[in-house]
Ligand binder design. Structure first.
Ligand SMILES: Nc1nc2c(c(=O)[nH]1)N[C@H]1C(S)=C(S)[C@@H](COP(=O)(O)O)O[C@H]1N2
Ligand SMILES: [Mo]
Length: 562
């Protein structure tokens, strides 16, 4: 049989000229995204380095700080909730890591936006070489609002970077970024229209290869700069250890026993420290990097409805007879059983004692307390006059406030969550009307009174006790009810009867109480639940509520296999 076919056999040498080819297309959206990533990462690392060694702002952080302030309350609240929930679910220590996670988030958001901007830029310039002028203009379009926001945030933020150089630096940063992006785009694009210039296959292939090699080179250098600069910064910071306080001196706790040192009831091993080390004190505020206030230049401004506005230096505030109080502070975002609560010894001057000297007028009803970071709150004068415990605080544990905890001055208001208590205070204005404070405007509780809450820190199976031939498991933790005190803590094992725990004498009526309960051991899997009653006889709320808007409620519970 013979096979007839009209098409030639496959390997017949036809000797045709190579088929016409065009230059490979210039990068579009995805190429732009990739190029922008490779340009943004090393530039950001360099920016970080610059910020570490100068008073210039780190642009991604400044941008994030602005977002936190201008985004609608529900958006920010949802963000905080997600962060706290995710960290709790992942078992990450909130008090230690919250800021680091926020900073990472700030970097990710900033990088994503830069990548998006680069992608759009490339996509719009598809198949033609971007003129240098267009690159500059693009840098300007992206940079102007960014510089504006950095300018604004440093303007309200007071402290270290001054607005003008900060804004100028940001603009320079983005202009340079625009030019670098342009350089990459030009390198990856042939002059003339790539759609119509016909070239040989070899030329097109060579061009494609060269571009690939360039991208590999770019990626390598980007990674190198990012890693070396990142590593360099880490090393430099390790050596420099950014100062938390300028000249600390000796801490009170290093020289003195705690007031309840001889209390009979001892904490169960594994219970959180009754007196928090300053390094471990939780920190929550609206800043990725805290405002740095210079003591020499700082003055507390007293203004508004006073006989004459005045200014007070820190030395002048310290000259008043100091008051010391052991205080447990807590954040309203703290989940039940969470670590956003700490205890230390606060030193300051009762605000009520200052009012007369300040000549606060009879028409004034409130003080508006405002901070270096733009944070503010209102406090009723009636409360200040009735409660000597409300105080302007300048020292913790006998040494000046740490920068992150509000140096040089913060307020203390008993029974309220931290969101009502400004750090880094700059001005106090006497006013005749109450208004919503910073977080209240953003949808959080107007009063923010601390809930009674109790926590199981430890089921100490490795510290068993024996009593009358019975084995006892010590169980312990803390309980706190603002300034109302804790009158009772009870523990429930599985679904048994509530059993009363022993209470250790607290550091003060404003501090948490350490409790312990010795449970007769029985093998198996058990659930332990704790509840407390405050000094007014009110039992802790059992209803499970999330922190927003008025603080978490519900009972802390742990499951243990014994
Ligand atoms: N100026 C200023 N003060 C502030 C805040 C802030 O963001 N800015 N946050 C408040 C909140 S929400 C809490 S919980 C406490 C935390 O104080 P700490 O970080 O010293 O523990 O500070 C309060 N004071
Ligand atoms: Mo808070």
């Amino acid at each position: 049989m013979t096979k007839h076919s009209s098409s030639p056999p496959p390997n017949l040498p036809l000797n045709l000229p190579p088929s016409p080819e065009f230059w490979p297309p210039s990068p579009g959206f995805w190429g732009g995204a990739w190029a922008s990533l490779l340009v943004t990462l090393p530039l950001t690392a360099l920016g970080y380095l610059a910020a570490q060694f100068s008073a210039l702002p780190f642009v991604p952080f400044a941008f994030f700080d602005l977002l936190v302030r201008v985004l609608p309350g529900p958006v920010v609240t949802a963000g905080i909730d997600t962060l706290v929930n995710a960290m709790t679910a992942l078992n990450l220590p909130l008090a230690d890591l919250a800021k680091v996670v926020e900073q990472t988030l700030a970097l990710v958001i900033f990088t994503l936006l830069a990548v998006l901007a680069g992608a759009v830029f490339f996509a719009r310039q598809r198949n033609r070489r971007v003129p240098w002028g267009a690159g500059l203009a693009f840098g300007l379009i992206v940079g102007a609002p960014l510089a504006g926001s950095v300018w604004r945030i440093t303007a309200v933020g007071g402290g270290a970077p001054s607005p003008l150089p900060a804004g100028a630096w940001t603009l320079l940063f983005t202009l340079f970024w625009g030019l670098l992006l342009t350089a990459v785009q030009r390198r990856l694009t042939r002059p003339g229209s790539t759609k119509t210039t016909i070239v040989t296959l070899e030329a097109a292939q060579a061009e494609a290869r060269e571009r690939r090699e360039f991208m590999v080179y770019l990626g390598g250098s980007a990674a190198l700069v990012t890693v070396i600069v990142g590593g360099g910064v880490a090393a430099a910071l390790g050596m420099r250890r950014s100062p938390e306080v300028l000249d600390e001196g000796t801490r009170w706790s290093a020289l003195n026993p705690l007031p309840n040192a001889n209390a009979a009831v001892q904490p169960v091993p594994g219970t959180r420290a009754e007196y928090t080390n300053l390094e471990q004190h939780y920190r929550i505020d609206i800043n990725l990097t805290p405002p740095v206030v210079q003591e020499e230049a700082w003055r507390l401004r007293v203004e508004g409805l006073v006989d004459a506005p005045l200014e007070l230096s820190l030395a002048e505030l310290r000259a008043y007879e100091p008051v010391h109080q052991f205080i447990t502070m807590a954040c309203i975002s703290n989940p039940v059983g969470g670590s956003l609560t700490s205890t230390t010894r606060w030193t300051g001057v009762p605000l009520g004692r200052l009012l007369a000297a300040w000549g606060v007028q009879g028409s004034a009803t409130h003080l508006r307390i405002s901070s270096a970071d733009g944070f503010f709150e209102y406090v009723a004068l009636a409360d200040i006059r009735n409660d000597e415990r409300i105080m302007l605080t300048y020292a913790w544990d006998g040494v000046p406030l740490r920068i992150r905890n509000g140096f040089p001055l913060r307020i203390y208001i008993p029974d309220l969550y931290g969101m009502k208590q400004p750090k880094w205070i700059e001005a106090i204005e006497a006013v005749d009307a109450w208004e919503l404070g910073y977080w209240v405007r953003r949808g959080w509780d107007e009063t923010a009174r601390m809930h009674a809450t109790s926590v199981i820190d430890s089921v100490a199976t490795d510290a068993l006790l024996t009593e009358d031939a019975r084995e006892l498991v010590p169980i312990g933790g803390v309980a706190h009810a603002g300034a109302r005190g804790v009158s009772k803590v009870e523990v429930q094992v599985d679904s048994g009867e509530w059993q009363q725990a022993e209470l250790r004498q607290p550091l003060s009526e404003l501090s948490w109480v350490v409790w312990r309960y010795e449970w007769p051991y029985s093998a198996g899997e058990h659930t332990f639940t704790v509840r407390c009653t405050d000094g007014n006889g009110e039992t802790q709320l059992t209803e499970v509520r999330s922190p927003h808007p008025s603080g978490a409620t519900g009972l802390d519970r742990v499951q243990v296999r014994l």
